[in-house]
Design a binder for this molecule. Structure first.
Ligand SMILES: [Ca+2]
Ligand SMILES: [Ca+2]
Ligand SMILES: [Ca+2]
Ligand SMILES: [Ca+2]
Length: 218
């Protein structure tokens, strides 16, 4: 699963630098040298080339609860390739960055509620993770977002829980970063977990994400 989410996002399919699927079966031709973490992607194209020994932990020690609302700026601690993957190590949040030392571009510009923050400057292939405790149930899941990139792309976010795909949100732009909308997944079964890991994988760029909520389906 790591391999699939780690494939470079540049659209380049040069078989000399990236794994390719053999035409006759599903064997992947792995990188055989220059692959520090032995995941099959050579270091020069691997967004997470090194195995990190940093520990992953909930932000400020507070595990998120499902059902409940998760503010997306409260992604886990542990740094790049452990708690998140971002295209660069800077927070690009300009005038109001949140967690300024980290690569995730959380910021407080054009938010829906004063004092809130969003995860912005998102690019395809980036991801963020949240340690969660879950109650088993069937949930409606709401993702709050904004985007003014009309015509660039529909939004798309894959949601995983302990590497199991819960679903993929798809949604239109809202016309302005200051105008928020909700993308929904409905009637999603969720198992009971203690310290499970919820992962959002961004599949399109230039969308701000504020929060995600899990509500028991009526
Ligand atoms: Ca590698
Ligand atoms: Ca960044
Ligand atoms: Ca980013
Ligand atoms: Ca937020």
């Amino acid at each position: 699963m790591l391999l699939l989410t780690s494939i470079p996002m540049d659209g380049d399919t040069d078989p000399e630098t990236e794994p390719v699927v053999d035409g006759t079966d599903t064997t992947v031709d792995l990188c055989t040298d220059n692959d520090s973490d032995a995941d099959g992607l050579c270091d020069d194209v691997d967004p997470c080339p090194e195995v990190s020994d940093a520990a992953q932990a909930p932000y400020e020690g507070v595990t998120h609860e499902i059902p409940g609302v998760i503010e997306l700026e409260f992604y886990d601690e542990g740094g790049p390739c452990v708690a998140y993957m971002d295209q660069d190590s800077e927070n690009r949040g300009d005038t109001d960055p949140f967690r300024v030392e980290e690569g995730v571009d959380a910021h407080g510009q054009q938010v829906e509620t004063p004092g809130d923050y969003v995860v912005g400057f998102t690019y395809a292939g980036e991801w963020v993770e949240y340690t969660v405790n879950t109650q088993a149930g069937v949930y409606d899941i709401e993702l709050r977002y904004s985007s003014e990139m009309a015509g660039v792309a529909e939004g798309s976010v894959e949601l995983r829980l302990d590497e199991q795909v819960l679903g993929t949100f798809t949604f239109p732009d809202t016309g302005a970063f200051s105008a928020f909308g909700s993308a929904m997944l409905t009637e999603v079964p969720v198992p009971a977990l203690s310290s499970g890991v919820l992962r959002l994988i961004f599949e399109e760029r230039y969308i701000n994400y504020s929060w995600i909520s899990f509500t028991v389906a009526p």
